[in-house]
Design a protein around this ligand. Structure first.
Ligand code: ZN
Length: 167
């Protein structure tokens, strides 16, 4: 085999845009990357809107955001100075807006990286005691693929900030 006369360096081409889509695919949005920032929101409104322990968002400027399709498929919920938009067909939370210049999108909806790690936590004082925090897991006998913490755990008081956990 002939040797190549010069070394061919392959330059990694980083994506300039990242796409996010709902479960049914009716709504698709995209942002320019890197995003502005990313964070975890432990507040009760975010928890309820997502039906999850907390929501992880990617924030961007509106000028770096656009609908690929499905803007008219969104249903909006306006409360507490924020607007949350969901896909009217499948219910996926798509947008969370608190200001006219910015838009926040759940990190889980993106199909590729957004150029920002979620390193910030909002409303950490509302962290629930049932949130998985990376405890050691082991296999659950008789249920292949299911792992568990092996028994009851108690969240350290420091993590609950002394608050009573009621929901
Ligand atoms: Zn949908």
């Amino acid at each position: 085999m002939a040797k190549l006369g010069m070394s061919h360096k392959v330059r990694e081409v980083k994506p300039t845009r990242a796409e996010a889509r709902c479960a049914c695919g009716d709504v698709v949005v995209e942002i320019a990357v890197p995003a502005q920032w990313a964070w975890h929101d432990h507040s009760a409104p975010a928890r309820r809107a997502h039906g999850a322990a907390y929501a992880t968002y990617v924030g961007t400027w509106k000028s770096r955001f656009r609908f690929v399709r499905g803007e008219d498929c969104l249903s909006r919920y306006d409360a507490d100075g924020a607007v949350r938009s969901f896909c009217a067909r499948c219910g996926t939370p798509m947008l969370y807006e608190r200001s006219p210049q910015h838009v926040n999108i759940p990190r889980a909806l993106f199909t590729i990286g957004v150029g920002r790690e979620p390193r910030y936590h909002l409303a950490i004082d509302q962290l629930r005691d049932w949130t998985y925090l990376g405890e050691k897991l082991g296999p659950l006998k008789g249920f292949p693929g299911v792992v568990w913490t092996g028994g009851r755990r108690k969240m350290p008081a420091a993590k609950t900030h002394g608050r009573r956990q009621s929901d």
